[in-house]
Write a protein that binds this ligand. Sequence first.
Ligand code: FE2
Length: 402
Amino acid sequence: MNSYAVFHAPQKILYGRDSFLQTGKEAAATQAKKALIVTDEVMTRLGYVDQCEQLLLAEGISSIVYRGVATEPTDQYVAEALALLQQEACDLVISLGGGSCIDTAKAIVVLDANGGYIGDIRERPDCLAPRIPHIAIPTTAGTGSEATDVTVITNTADDVKMMLKNPVLMPTIAIVDPYLTRSAPPSVIAATGIDALSHAIEAFLSKKAHPLTNTLATSAIQHITSSLKRSYDDPYDLDAKERMCIGSLQAGMAFSNASVALVHGMSRPIGALFHVPHGISNAMLLPAVLEFSLRDCTKELAALLPLFQPETGRELMTVNEKAQATIQQIKELCQHLHIPNLRDWGIPEQAFRASLEKMAHDALASGSPGNNPRVPTKDELIALYVTCYDYTYDERPIGQNR
Ligand SMILES: [Fe+2]
């Protein structure tokens, strides 16, 4: 193990209201002549794609659009967008949308430089840096993908979500404008918001955490807990949306440099097999996974309580009670955001039970559970999946078997 830490981030981050309007100028500074915009139909309908093209045109940059990112990214989207990039000889990629659009764009700039299949770039030490820049513009506050060196792409042949991490995946520039997140519906705000909270908590609890990532993770938790309910309840609360954008960005940088853990490890197989959006499946797992992990991270969870409940006197509480109170705060947040359990989401019980072995195998194989404070055995993982299937946010004693 190294005695020092390395921290990766985009070369430049613009954040705050109206930062999107700088897209043309930032693109021009890269000397680009033709941009590929990687996006989806929703962004097109909202007018963001047209606006982006106009901002580019004002700087003399032409553009073409790949708007085929209809679900979470697959190797098929990557192949289609890469073909378009190369046919049209683009010298800049702009991703405009949620994490799916950004993850697709990360994959194509790396494959453009390296060739081969996207699944093969995981930790490939000889991977070349992209030859063209990537400007990432998120329109949800959640994935933090604009500031991470991670992409998650589904291998459609095997129904496996591949978590690929490599410094060459880091976007060149991130532009984080809260105005762009105003169009997200409440269900997306809830799912992506809990995803961001999971990033921050998992980064903080990760065995790879270090002081710089902890600073970002704790600040992210504070931003998110002070604004997620407001952002969910009131679509016009721009202050809440701005805080969520900052929290999500910080959480992204934290987990990209400290890693995620058990929640994300368990979440990816659910997404791959049952097509549950990433944020929702994380949200459905977070409280139960923290209850499972509590035994081995009591002090750390206790230390997070003031970030959730700043005003309450805690002088008489034990460390264990504080840790449990932190989990309770998260459960109340999930309840407020109407996060369902796996059964209520509509996953058929028979199919779920038939997939337990594969899900546990794929989760462990991803490596993420190994960063968790308490590393589960395969049997414990299966039991956790079963717990999450019917999970409720009631007041049962934490740690009690269900
Ligand atoms: Fe995530």
